[in-house]
Design a protein. Structure first.
Length: 365
């Protein structure tokens, strides 16, 4: 087995990735196309919701900065534009029993933790396509969550794309799993293959610029990027603009920008790579009016080493464990008092992102 794995080149791994994608797409397309008559298309989109909304509000208050230049007092006001979220999407996902039905319309701000679950409430075909264009605290980024999933009695196929601009993670993923149900179907285990296409996380563009004592040779880096330093202690950008006239300003203001721009440029020049992994998981769902418990988890303990120059194997010195999971719990002690815990956690490569909600409700009659 080890000899066989050593023969797997990046080109072969890439071929296997697209083969896995082709199998997944073929399964999903066959399921859809078998219903592609007038009645079938109606069933594909039946109960789906198309939505778009803009939500916004005040951001940070304006910040006044005072300084003295040539003996004169100067004031600068740093303004932060208002926050907003533009959401566009279509979804067809059967709600779980615990999900709040109070909202009449989708407005894009809903935090449906169960969307990340491996299985839906019912077997069959479900999908979600959502894009959020966000500005928060003056920073613009994009969040995307798209997936097509088919859950059968004995197997699960899913294709997904996720981008979290705030956590700086994006990847394309396909999975094919065998499913084993126990305990009247409330609990199920699954296992199979996962193919992920993403940028080479773990790659450190600054590694070649680190000296033996652990410090960064930032001056030579800046010179390579086109900056110029005169004998009089003036610092110019590649465009010939004076950006600093003292070493303090150069190191504290300009150099961080030089480093950030260099890292971003190097990351953008690299092609995406394929990770081929084994996955095992579980799902459990129980719901009554007074108590509900829903949890899921996925573990990827082994990843095929494709010998790619930028493979995560290189930066991790071998195998690693990726995982994701979620928990939704609620309990009503009586008609007035109830508690809930909701959250999900993801760790892929050297990226982690999560969100949670914990609370107590007391209704006064």
């Amino acid at each position: 087995m080890k000899k066989l794995l050593k023969k797997v080149t990046p080109a072969i791994a890439y071929m296997f990735f697209w083969l896995g994608m082709a199998i997944t797409y073929t399964i999903l397309f066959a399921l859809i196309s078998s219903s592609c008559n007038a009645q079938g298309l109606k069933s594909v989109f039946k109960y789906s919701t198309i939505y778009t909304a803009i939500n916004g509000g005040t951001s940070l208050s304006d910040d006044q900065i005072w300084s003295i230049t040539s003996g004169a007092l100067e004031e600068e006001v740093i303004k932060t534009p208002f926050d907003y979220t533009l959401s566009i999407g279509i979804r067809k996902i059967k709600r779980f029993g615990y999900e709040n039905r109070a909202n009449t319309f989708y407005n894009g701000t809903e935090n449906s933790y169960s969307d990340a679950a491996t299985l839906g409430r019912l077997d069959g075909f479900e999908y979600l396509f959502e894009a959020d264009f966000v500005r928060r605290l003056g920073v613009n980024y994009v969040n995307q969550n798209h997936f097509v999933r088919y859950v059968a009695d004995r197997w699960v196929a899913k294709v997904a794309y996720l981008e979290d601009g705030f956590a700086d993670i994006k990847y394309f993923e396909a999975s094919q799993r065998y499913r084993l149900k126990v305990r009247d179907g409330k609990l199920s285990f699954n296992g199979g293959l996962v193919q992920r296409l993403a940028e080479p996380y773990g790659f450190n563009p600054l590694e070649d610029w680190v000296l033996d004592n652990g410090t960064l040779h930032y001056t030579y880096l800046a010179l390579q990027e086109g900056y110029n330093i005169t004998l009089g202690g003036e610092y110019y950008s590649p465009d010939g603009v004076l950006v600093a006239n003292s070493q303090e300003v150069w190191e504290e203001v300009v150099i961080p920008e030089v480093i950030n721009n260099y890292v971003e440029k190097q990351r953008n020049t690299l092609s995406n790579i394929v990770e081929y992994s084994f996955v095992v998981g579980l799902d459990y769902y129980h719901f009554t009016k007074d108590f509900w418990f829903h949890t899921w988890g996925n573990l990827m303990p082994y990843h095929l080493d494709t010998k790619n120059t930028y493979s995560y194997h290189k930066y991790n010195n071998g195998q690693w464990i990726d995982y994701s999971g979620g928990l939704i719990f609620g309990y009503r002690f009586n008609k007035s008092l109830g508690i809930f815990v909701e959250g999900r956690y993801n760790k892929y490569w050297n990226r982690t992102w999560h969100n949670f909600s914990v609370g107590l409700n007391y209704v006064i009659f």
